[in-house]
Design a protein around this ligand. Structure first.
Ligand code: ZN
Length: 461
């Protein structure tokens, strides 16, 4: 019985973990690695295991760093089921379709250049057809119901409280009369997040594989972040500026809409337009509206008050590229929410290009920014940034509201570990400093043995 760590071990993206028991291999997540272009290309194109050797695959949630390389997995020979919760079976296809569209567009753009130089053409990481094919392999698996996922391996999932449909998993591995229980809390959310339910405690496990994204950080309460957001919106509106919010189209965009709606309903801000400039965010919002079951009571109460919590009259979902350009050209005051969440591609880049140089505007970061992304450079204080090859001075007001995080902070993770008390805790899904800090805290409190795997490491159980 073993766990193989193939991705998202000492980084926060590209999650890929394999459980091995009784000659069965089960892959948990097949995420896309994000970061420096050449390294990302190499890692995403080279699967380190044989896809046709897997008995099954399980998907924890629909974020692209967990599901984004599934089309590659299936195109290279994996033809089995991809188990996920009902909301994830709805959401993940939206994500992989959009990712395939970006892959094809990027390849076409690069090929315009390579053609001119007489170089061989660049193939997209995967095509829209390949994405459509893998979507047919998704199978719903409800929370709390044990599933014999492969010979020797039974999985039961619980609420992760991270995004709609997110699940943490408890595996029972049995081989030659031995039984080992392994928990996976990646990604792991927080109590009292808007819209979704709180994370659940799973039954005891021998080994827990946990994320460590914020292993040395404490988030402020989400209620304070909401007030800070309200203050920035008020200041920006008073200056006649635009509030530009880069946000992941899945969950964070809906959470920010929820917070803005709540602020607008308090009556202290004028109900000015909120442009949601992301067709994917619109598609995800529709799925949210159809999936009432995954949400918490606050959400249901506010939805009952407003009729449609995510589509009130002031929220405008922007469709075509032409409409997006019209929004970019529209004078403030207003709010723009656009993807991508780490400012790596997508429509947010056009809004930043047009808006960062104007001191009336604000740029508000509301999510995690991985290393080597434009969003991270802004968070790290760079005030000269490159967009589409051109340098721009950042003169807009800047704020980083990390209390909106959907990842548990250090104390929230430690609280979970203290109650679950596994013998061993494996920390993955964190940058070096964050993992080391959390490992030190676990050792100081003598909660459990700690293992920090690198990509390619194996843990014998
Ligand atoms: Zn996630």
């Amino acid at each position: 019985m073993k766990i193989h760590f193939w991705g998202g071990a000492d980084t926060v993206t590209g999650s890929q973990h394999i459980l091995e028991c009784s000659d069965s291999l089960v892959l948990r997540d097949c995420g896309m690695f994000q970061g420096k272009r050449e390294e990302a290309e190499r890692i995403n194109r080279t699967l380190p295991f044989r896809p046709d050797s897997l008995a099954a695959m399980e998907l924890s949630h629909a974020h692209i760093d967990h599901c984004g390389n599934i089309p590659t997995l299936c195109a290279r020979g994996y033809s089995g089921p991809i188990w996920a919760t009902y909301p994830t079976v709805d959401l993940a296809p939206v994500m992989v379709r959009d990712s395939a569209r970006i892959q094809e567009q990027d390849a076409a753009y690069l090929n315009q250049k390579t053609n001119r130089k007489g170089l061989p053409p660049v193939e997209p990481l995967y095509t829209i057809d390949e994405a459509e094919k893998c979507i047919r392999q998704f199978r719903p698996n409800p929370l709390h119901k044990p599933l014999d996922i492969a010979p020797g391996i039974t999985v039961t999932t619980y609420e992760a409280g991270h995004i709609l449909g997110s699940a943490i998993s408890r595996y029972r591995l049995h081989e030659n009369g031995r039984e080992v229980h392994v928990g996976f809390t990646i990604d792991f959310g927080r109590k009292n997040l808007p819209l979704i339910r709180d994370p659940e405690m799973m039954p005891p496990v021998d080994v827990l594989v946990s994320e460590s994204t914020y292993g040395d950080r404490l988030h402020g309460p989400a209620i304070d972040a909401s007030k800070q957001l309200g203050d920035i919106i008020a200041r920006t509106f008073a200056r006649g500026g635009k509030v530009l919010i880069p946000a992941f189209a899945l969950e964070r965009a809906q959470e920010i809409i929820y917070h803005i709606n709540a602020l607008y309903l308090q009556g202290t801000l004028p109900k000015l337009n909120v442009y949601v400039d992301s067709p994917m965010a619109a598609a995800v919002t529709k799925i949210f509206d159809e999936n009432d079951a995954g949400f918490d009571d606050d959400y249901k109460k506010l939805k009952a008050e407003l009729g449609c919590m995510l589509s009130p009259p002031w929220v405008k979902y922007v469709g075509t590229g032409e409409e997006s350009k019209a929004v970019t050209a529209t004078l403030g005051p207003h709010i723009v929410i656009a993807a991508s969440g780490m400012c790596e591609h997508g429509r947010i880049l056009h809004h930043l290009k047009a808006g960062v140089g104007d001191p009336r505007n604000s740029v508000v970061i509301v999510g995690y920014q991985a290393e080597n992304t434009l969003g991270r450079r802004l968070v790290d204080g760079e005030r000269q940034i490159k967009i589409f090859g051109d340098q721009h001075d950042v003169k807009a007001e800047f704020a980083n509201l990390d209390a909106f995080s959907a990842h548990a902070d250090r104390n929230e993770l430690l609280a979970y570990f203290r109650i679950l008390r596994p013998k061993k805790i494996v920390l993955v899904h964190g940058e070096t400093k964050q993992r080391a800090a959390l490992a030190a805290a676990i050792r100081d409190e003598k909660i459990a043995d700690v293992f920090l795997p690198k990509r390619g490491d194996t843990l014998e159980l």
